[in-house]
Design a protein around this ligand. Structure first.
Ligand code: 1CP
Length: 355
């Protein structure tokens, strides 16, 4: 491994500077991504081709000095493998041919044959080989709850009307979906690790819109099962796990108790206060507001410094710099160069132990 700083930060070991990568670092803000995407014809064709998935995973690493790569895929490959029929309509986001709203459909849902997701594991293996130890590779999945949002709504939503209706009216049906998603995600992440993923991240993008108590019951409990299952597998138990509930600042303590290695935190959280709450038991990953990248370079550098100052002397803790959510497609890529430079340069003073 030429650069294992990200993995060391996940284990809260000494490092010379704060590692950085960005959620959605391969994506539409990069003209080279758009070109490959156009060549592929559709998002799914791109994700299903290990060669093209490898190409776009590496694109941001050619431009920026990132400390990790993330598998190019999507959290919705799982419901697609379950037969819900995923497509991405340009400019509109994900759409499913079938959505899960009726009891019969819900009860018919089962863990899909992993062969249907072989393209993901093939991509992981090819990316890992092509990276050749340059930086570690992150595998990922959506949280059972976040994936269920799309399965039940059939697309992106602002209201969560159908999933919340099911939650209040027929919690048994929602629990069935969540259980199937959980069992699928466990096998899916294990296979990614076997194929070469060196850390895994669970994206709970929509858990933050739940009521306290519902969050624990419908999202956290299922992520806990994933952590427990990976920890119980001899081949996976050493692989670091990152949990990220967007809007989950209220539940940091509970998330830290799951036994994960790191927590993603969005920009509503103050890193110094979060760190005091988790007592350095987990690494914190975040947390610049992606919209900050629309300002000029000096303003971006200043925000980066503020976040690094907030975390403070790293000592026994761990910090991985990231955004609080995915990078916007309207971001000017040039600003990312300044962000990475500022993180690496400015953070070194807080890492004396790693020199
Ligand atoms: O047509 C395109 O090119 C669409 C853009 C796009 C991209 C680049 C989509 C559709 N997915 C992706 C890749 C992707 N998705 C990655 C790749 C690795 C990287 O980070 O570079 C990852 C990790 C995801 C994860 C993902 N997909 C999440 C969780 C993270 C988050 O942003 O909250 C979610 C919610 C999705 C669903 C999804 N897929 C695509 C879009 C536009 C969306 C979001 C739709 C919505 O807001 O509801």
């Amino acid at each position: 491994m030429k650069n294992d700083i990200f993995l060391r930060a996940l284990k809260r070991q000494p490092v010379p500077y704060t590692p950085v990568w960005l959620m959605r670092q391969a994506g539409r803000y990069l003209p080279e991504y758009k070109a490959t995407r156009a060549r592929a014809g559709s998002f799914m064709a791109l994700a299903q081709s290990p060669e093209m998935a490898t190409e776009v995973t590496l694109q941001p690493l050619e431009r920026f000095d990132f400390d990790a790569a993330i598998l190019f895929s999507d959290i919705l490959t799982i419901p697609d493998a379950m037969g819900l029929g995923l497509s991405f309509v340009q400019g509109e986001g994900p759409k499913f041919e079938k959505s899960l709203r009726h009891e019969d459909d819900v009860k018919a849902l089962t863990v899909p044959d992993m062969h249907r997701l072989q393209y993901v594991f093939d991509a992981v293996a090819m990316i890992r080989k092509t990276l050749d130890g340059r930086v570690p590779l992150i595998g990922f999945a959506g949280s059972p709850f976040t994936v269920a949002c799309y399965m039940i709504e059939g697309q992106s939503t602002r209201e969560y009307r159908y999933i919340k209706t099911m939650m209040y009216a027929r919690p048994d049906l929602l629990h069935h979906i969540l259980e199937v998603n959980t069992q699928t995600t466990i096998v899916y992440l294990k296979e990614q690790i076997r194929a070469g993923a060196q850390a895994v991240m669970v994206f709970d993008s929509w858990g933050g819109m739940l009521a306290d108590h519902h969050y624990q019951t419908f999202s956290l409990a299922y992520m806990q099962k994933i952590v427990d299952a990976l920890r119980a597998d001899p081949e996976c138990k050493e692989t670091p796990i990152i949990l990220f509930t967007k809007g989950g600042g209220l539940w940091i303590d509970e998330l830290a108790q799951t036994g994960c290695d790191a927590l993603g935190v969005d920009w509503t959280v103050n890193l110094s206060k979060a760190r005091a709450r988790v007592q350095d038991r987990v690494t914190l990953q975040g947390n610049l507001d992606p919209m900050a990248l629309f300002a000029d370079e000096e303003a971006v550098r200043k925000e980066v410094r503020r976040i690094i100052d907030d975390f403070g002397t790293v000592g026994a803790g761990g910090h991985i710099f990231n955004l609080g959510h995915g990078i916007s497609q309207f971001t000017n890529p040039e600003i990312v160069t300044a962000l990475v430079d500022e993180v690496h340069r400015y953070s070194a003073q807080y890492h004396q132990a790693g020199n």
